[in-house]
Ligand binder design. Structure first.
Ligand code: SF4
Length: 414
């Protein structure tokens, strides 16, 4: 049995799983469980997966990594068949995966990050995620990530270019820049290059890269270079995903977010003015402590008024040791109910957005033989088979609640 990896959580974890896959390729009978600590549910799912593995593959050696492992190594070490626990920095060290490398919890204490291994495969995906930044210097009151991933650290532009070139040479046509707080990119590098400057340099130095996409970004921290790219760079996809979390100023203040409702509205309006038709999504937390019906309605109205088609909505989840976990809580059923209402608003906006695409010619990146995503990140169902990872022009023939239907205009155009 070759190396098997179960990845939970974010795109950064997905990228790091590919780095580990490269480092651990020589290991057999090993399963890596790369955990996430953003919600209690994410941790529960990883524990459940480990118990199932121990039952179904008793011969497998389970190595647990990721944010949840970083935050509470002993708890994960105690689960059945877990032979090692590696923290977020140690998991990226090639020597951590040497067949004879040693014991468990002590690894985390001595870790120091090494240059990431060049990823050229991405577990059955058509687009590849590339880490540009790690960690976070902010302290949003609900968030455990800075405690699991440390301070903001950026990958130098040269290393990002090298990684992207390797992925494009391996056949990837779309790259998603990812990290924990990508808007903080470069703050720790000589000359403090911004995320926009990184993206512009990358597109200039890798002209063979057709599509660049950004992962979630702080609405108050989009830099001038990035605004210019949004306006005039066709290879930067017309799709922004904002780390909004809420749209009530009082709740944003209690979350210790750096943007106000007005800042978020201004960023959305500016993006739509600079790049007409741009698709905008957002991360939202429903039922943050102290959120009254009236405060929730502010967020719900904002989402409806701004018509954001792609919403990632999470019911608030207490994280141990965070300030919000000590605030007066909203009952869990109410959190779930509010999350459902936000998702409904998102579904309505998505339906309208998909309907607006009918009749248009889109650029489609195929994933499986009959599906893919457009440049606006709309899910697309093709009428005819195309090989995964192809970049095709396609005519949108219809819209469904889940996305678009389309006819490929050219078979395997690129
Ligand atoms: S910006 Fe806030 S939510 Fe995002 S990782 Fe940092 S502390 Fe967490």
């Amino acid at each position: 049995m070759s190396i098997e990896i179960l990845t939970f959580g974010c795109r950064l974890n997905a990228y790091e799983s590919e780095v580990m896959r490269g480092h651990a390729a020589a290991l057999t009978d090993t399963v890596i469980v790369n955990t996430c600590a953003v919600t209690a549910e994410a941790e529960r799912q990883a524990r459940q997966a480990i118990r199932r593995l121990a039952r179904e593959k008793p011969e497998a050696r389970i190595v647990v990594t990721g944010c949840a492992a970083q935050l509470d190594p002993a708890a994960w070490q105690a689960l059945p068949n877990v032979t090692r626990v590696l923290g977020n920095e140690d998991k990226l060290k090639p020597e951590s995966w040497a067949p004879d490398s040693g014991s468990a919890v002590s690894d985390i204490m001595a870790a120091r990050e090494t240059a990431p291994h060049l990823v050229t495969e991405f577990a059955g995906r058509a687009r590849a995620f590339v880490q540009v930044q790690q960690g976070c210097d902010h302290r949003c009151t609900f968030c455990i990530i800075p405690f699991g991933r440390g301070p903001n650290r950026s990958v130098p532009i040269g290393a990002v270019v090298t990684q992207v070139r390797a992925l494009v040479a391996a056949g990837f046509r779309e790259i998603v820049l990812t990290g924990v707080d990508i808007a903080s990119y470069g703050g720790d590098l000589p000359g403090t290059p911004s995320l926009g400057q990184l993206a512009r340099r990358l597109l200039a130095l890798v002209p063979e890269l057709p599509r660049l996409r950004l992962s979630s970004i702080d609405p108050a921290a989009i830099d001038p270079d990035l605004w210019r790219l949004i306006a005039d760079e066709p290879r930067l996809m017309p799709h922004l995903h904002l780390s909004l979390q809420a749209a009530s100023d009082l709740i944003l203040k209690r979350m210790k977010r750096r943007h106000s409702r007005a800042d978020a509205a201004a960023a959305i309006a500016r993006a739509r003015a600079l790049r007409p038709g741009i698709a905008i999504g957002a991360d939202l937390i429903a039922g943050f402590p102290t959120e009254t019906d009236a405060l929730f309605d502010e967020t719900l109205r904002f989402v409806a008024d701004t018509a954001l088609p792609y919403l990632h909505v999470f019911p608030y989840s207490e994280r141990p040791g965070t300030p919000a976990a000590r605030m007066p809580a909203v009952p869990k059923p109410l959190r779930r109910e509010r999350a459902a209402r936000l998702r409904e608003a998102g579904t309505r906006a998505a339906r309208d957005f998909f309907a607006s695409q009918v009749g248009r010619t889109i650029s489609l990146l195929t994933e499986a033989d009959l599906s893919g995503h457009s440049e606006h990140f709309a899910p697309v169902r093709l009428s005819s088979v195309a090989s995964p990872g192809s970049l095709l022009p396609a005519r949108v023939t219809g819209a469904t609640p889940e996305g678009l239907t389309a006819d490929a205009l050219l078979a395997d155009a690129a």
